[in-house]
Design a protein around this ligand. Structure first.
Ligand code: FMN
Length: 356
């Protein structure tokens, strides 16, 4: 019996999705302050096996599966993610100035599709407050990424200044920065993926970040060879890695046709193949020169394996956590070890970033 599926989920799913999300996050933040049972939790959730170790971005990741951006936008519970068995956590998206995001409701569950639709629109306490949260609670047991974006009222022509301002306020507090240019919920944000804008944004962000690696998170909705052009610009600008992918604007083959009408980005199971395809295309272009973090619809070890074979070095999960609870992280890690044994793979380093 799964405690989450049988007990916690029915209680949480009776509530508005964002209310449920906020109460879980506040609980985790409280848990982090008290620290009670952290060791016990870690003993229960962590998989300790050197075969799962990944070296990327100049960092040691003890486990390949991390938390995707968007769940802990303000760094309220960075320690708790390690206690729950994640190998890393990406926090944010963080905007330079505080902003409230789109009006609620802005987060929707589609249980029949194991999917979410969100149009949060970068609700952020702002980089100064997030920096304060990180400063007060560091150091962290797992690598931490800071995902940054621009404020809604900043026009695209001035977007670089916003990314640089966020990075400058957070510098020294995270192990990498991610430039989010792929959320569908900030008007025109995805236009920053166009090669000339992309290259300038990456160059100036890399300069502002100093020694901290800068990654770019891309959308899964590219047409023609636009993705390849974007990746070229990302590499020319000096980025240290690519995250593929963000949520999709497409609504293919959903069962919950009523909820499917909600505006926003779709995540979870229906995004899986699109995200894998995006990873494959990114890898074909980068050829392993920089690491790729694979995200989108990962709910099982088989899903994770597929992403690694497509060219990912590390993985992230969001939606599956909502539908399956935190046990999903350990299940994926243990399942990966089983698959590696089945395939005769001695260490995950043999497959990551290879792209088959
Ligand atoms: C409610 C919600 C909020 C999100 N917010 C962000 C965000 O602020 N920044 C970001 O880069 N991605 C954000 N994402 C996208 C996730 O990081 C991830 O790329 C996407 O959900 C696909 O992974 P999944 O299928 O495992 O959920 C958000 C996703 C959800 C469901």
């Amino acid at each position: 019996m799964s405690l989450y599926r049988e007990i916690a989920r029915p209680v949480l799913f009776r509530r508005d999705a964002e209310d449920a999300h906020l109460s879980v996050l506040h609980m985790l933040a409280l848990w982090q302050r008290l620290g009670v049972g952290a060791r016990l939790a870690q003993a229960l959730t962590h998989v300790t096996d050197p075969r799962l170790h990944v070296r990327a971005l100049g960092l040691d990741f003890q486990l390949p599966v991390g938390l995707a951006a968007g769940l802990d936008k303000h760094a309220e519970a960075p320690h708790a993610w390690g206690w729950l068995g994640f190998g890393h956590a990406e926090l944010g998206t963080i905007t330079p100035r505080p902003q409230s995001g789109n009006p609620r409701p802005r987060l929707f569950r589609l249980p029949a599709d194991e999917a979410l639709i969100n149009r949060m629109g970068f609700n952020s306490l702002g980089a100064a407050k997030v920096a304060e949260n990180l400063f007060a609670t560091r150091p962290f047991a797992i690598p931490i990424g800071a995902n940054v974006g621009k404020n809604k009222d900043t026009p695209n022509e001035a977007a670089v200044d916003d990314y640089v301002a966020a990075i400058e306020q957070l510098r020294g507090l995270s192990d990498w920065f991610t430039l989010n240019v792929s959320s569908p919920n900030t008007p025109d944000l995805r236009k920053l993926q166009q090669p000339s804008a992309m290259r300038a944004l990456v160059e100036q962000s890399v300069q502002a970040a100093g020694a901290t690696p800068v990654l770019v998170k891309v959308a899964p909705d590219f047409v023609d060879d636009d993705l390849e052009q974007t990746i070229d610009a990302v590499l020319e600008g000096g980025a240290a890695g690519v995250i593929a992918s963000n949520t999709t604007l497409t609504r293919d083959n959903l069962r919950d046709t009523a909820r499917a009408q909600e505006a926003g980005g779709l995540s979870g199971a229906p995004l899986k193949d699109k995200a894998t395809q995006t990873i494959r295309r990114v890898y074909a272009r980068t050829q392993g020169r920089v690491p790729v973090i694979g995200v989108g619809g990962i709910a099982t070890a088989e899903d994770a394996w597929e992403k690694l074979l497509a060219g990912a070095d590390l993985l992230q999960v969001y939606s599956a956590l909502i539908f399956q609870g935190p046990g999903v992280v350990k299940a994926i890690h243990l399942g990966l070890l089983d698959i590696m044994e089945r395939e005769g793979v001695k260490s995950i380093g043999e497959v990551v970033g290879q792209g088959t």
